[in-house]
Design a protein around this ligand. Structure first.
Ligand SMILES: N[C@@H](CC(=O)c1ccccc1NC=O)C(=O)O
Ligand SMILES: [Zn+2]
Ligand SMILES: [Zn+2]
Length: 207
């Protein structure tokens, strides 16, 4: 069965989080210029594009990305459509029949123009991470740049996820994923000591 690719392309013309390092991909060598090979150099913030946050991103004593349990990032996942909602409450998720899987992906529709960084996106109520964790959820993903607001400095939703042992995926591309149950594969790179990592995130429909 074919995959649905829920990864944003890493492109130098996609704006990063304000103030963060952009995607820089340069050709260090080109066959067309007489080299034996084409050779690319890549420079990134680990929060560019579709990525996993490591708990170390928001907790000095948190797990770094090379230490996170890989089985969290592979397995059944539910996609729900929360487009048009400013806040995501327990009641909203219940009304959508969530959660039915250990991974919950929120289609917010908040970042629709790739060359324009969004200013607002739907935010979880602070009791949602613990409520989801009690129901077996280990990963929350969304198609917005963060689980917290752009201007947040105290990152209450990141911390609520951390306290509930819920891992976070950000900047997914869920336009082609209708609500339903899938297998998610979204493994981070083994970057020693890092606070996050790009992922290649795909869904496979579960019949
Ligand atoms: N995707 C990130 C963005 C982030 O937190 C961030 C990235 C660069 C510089 C500052 C950041 N966050 C808070 O001040 C996140 O919410 O995890
Ligand atoms: Zn992040
Ligand atoms: Zn984050």
């Amino acid at each position: 069965m074919s995959f649905i690719d829920i990864t944003r392309p890493l492109r130098s013309d996609t704006p990063p989080w304000p103030g963060d390092h952009p995607v820089v991909f340069t050709a260090a060598a080109r066959i067309a210029e007489g080299s034996a090979v084409n050779l690319g150099n890549l420079s990134l913030s680990v929060h560019n594009g579709t990525h996993a946050d490591a708990p170390y991103h928001y907790n000095e004593n948190g797990t770094t990305i090379d230490q996170v349990p890989l089985d969290a990032y592979v397995g059944p996942a539910q996609v729900v459509d929360v487009r048009g909602h400013a806040t995501i409450s327990v009641a909203l998720l219940e009304s959508l029949g969530a959660p039915t899987a250990p991974r919950l992906l929120l289609h917010t529709g908040a970042w629709s123009a790739p060359d324009q960084f969004p200013e607002t996106w739907p935010l979880l109520d602070l009791d949602v991470p613990a409520w989801l964790a009690e129901r077996g959820v280990r990963v929350i993903g969304l198609d917005a740049p963060s689980v917290d607001a752009l201007t947040s400095k105290d990152l209450p939703r990141h911390h609520a996820c951390d306290h509930a042992d819920v891992l976070i995926l950000e900047n997914l591309l869920l336009d082609a994923a209708s609500p339903g149950l899938y297998e998610l594969i979204a493994l981070p790179l083994r970057i020693a000591g890092a606070d996050g990592s790009p992922i290649r995130a795909v869904l496979r429909p579960l019949a």
